[in-house]
Design a protein around this ligand. Structure first.
Ligand code: NJP
Length: 243
C-alpha cells in the first residue's frame, strides 16, 4: 500500500505541538489516527476536532515511560481499526541545563521519555509489525543531535541514542518494515515551557525564527506516503535561518 489514505497511525506526544499537527494533517489526508499522551482532555478534544472534520480518531491516555501504556496504545489501534501501519514516537521533553547544574532528575526524565519511551514503542509495535508483515516506525529526534551545543548534551544524547537505535532497527527490520527518523530544528510549540528560566533565553532566541509545527508534520507525511519499497531514512527540517 502506498499513500496515507486508510493507514492506521498511532502518535505519541499527540496532545500538542508536532504530534498534534501531525495528527491533524494525516487525518485530513485520510489516515485513522490513534492519539497518545498524558493529558486526556487534550486528546479527547483533538479526537473530536478530527471527527468533526470528517476524520477518524481514537485516543488513550499514554505515558511513554510505562511499557504497558505503549502496549495499550498499539492494542487500541488493532482493536479499533484492525491493524497498525505506523507508530510515530514523538513524545519528548527538553529539560536543558549545564551539566555543572547536576539536574540528575531532569537527565533521568529525558532518558525515560525520549529514549526509553521510544524503546517501549518498538517493544509494543515490532511484534505486531512482524505478524502483519508490514509497519513503519517514525521517531522524532532533533537537530540538537546534529550540531552539539552547550546545555543540550543530555537532551542531544537521548536523541542520538534514538538515532542509533533506529538505524540498527532499520538494518534488522528486513525488507518489509520501514524506519524513519525526523530531526526538527526550532519549532514553535510548548516545548520550551518547562525549561529553566536561566537557560530559556537561548531557546527564546531560536523561537523567534521557529517553524510552525505543521512544517514537521509535512515531513512525516512525506515519509509515510511513499510506496512500501521506499524507506525515507532521515529527514532534517529546520528554519532556513537556523545556524
Ligand atoms: O513539544 P510539545 P514538541 N508520556 O511540548 C508529550 C522534538 N523536538 O511538539 O503527555 C507521553 O508541544 C506531551 O504530552 P503530555 C521533541 O524533543 C522539538 O515540540 O500530554 N507523552 C506533548 O504532547 C519531541 O520529541 C523541537 O504532556 C509525553 C509532547 O510530548 C517532539 O519534537 C526541536 C510524555 C511534547 O509536545 C515533539 O515536541 C527539536 C510522557 N511521559 C525536537 N512527556 C522544538 N519544538 O523546537 C511528554 O529539535 N509528552
Amino acid at each position: 500500500m502506498s499513500g496515507i489514505e486508510g493507514k492506521v497511525v498511532a502518535i505519541t506526544g499527540a496532545s500538542s505541538g508536532i504530534g498534534e499537527a501531525t495528527a491533524l494533517l494525516l487525518a485530513e489526508r485520510g489516515a485513522k489516527i490513534v492519539l497518545g499522551a498524558r493529558r486526556p482532555e487534550r486528546l479527547e478534544a483533538l479526537a473530536a476536532r478530527i471527527e468533526k472534520a470528517g476524520g477518524e480518531a481514537a485516543w488513550a491516555r499514554t505515558d511513554v515511560t510505562r511499557h504497558e501504556d505503549l502496549l495499550g496504545l498499539v492494542e487500541l489501534a488493532r482493536d479499533r481499526y484492525g491493524k497498525l501501519d505506523v507508530l510515530v514516537s514523538n513524545a519528548g521533553v527538553g529539560l536543558i541545563s549545564r551539566l555543572d547544574d547536576l539536574r540528575v532528575e531532569d537527565w533521568e526524565e529525558m532518558i525515560d521519555v525520549n529514549l526509553k519511551g521510544v524503546l517501549y514503542g518498538i517493544a509494543a509495535a515490532l511484534p505486531v509489525f512482524r505478524e502483519q508483515g508490514f509497519g513503519h516506525f517514525v521517531n522524532t529526534v532533533s537537530t540538537a543531535g546534529l550540531r552539539i551545543v552547550p546545555l543540550q548534551s543530555v537532551y542531544a544524547g537521548t536523541k542520538n541514542a534514538v538515532r542509533t537505535i533506529s538505524e540498527g532497527l532499520r538494518q534488522e527490520a528486513g525488507d518489509s518494515l520501514r524506519v524513519t527518523v525526523v530531526s526538527p530544528g526550532a519549532v514553535r510549540t510548548d516545548f520550551a515551557e518547562r525549561m529553566d528560566p536561566a537557560v530559556k533565553g537561548q531557546i527564546d532566541k531560536l523561537m523567534e525564527i521557529a517553524l510552525p509545527p505543521d512544517a514537521v508534520a509535512r515531513a512525516i507525511a512525506f515519509a509515510i506516503e511513499q510506496p512500501d519499497g521506499v524507506d525515507v531514512g532521515d529527514i532534517v527540517v529546520r528554519p532556513t535561518a537556523q545556524g
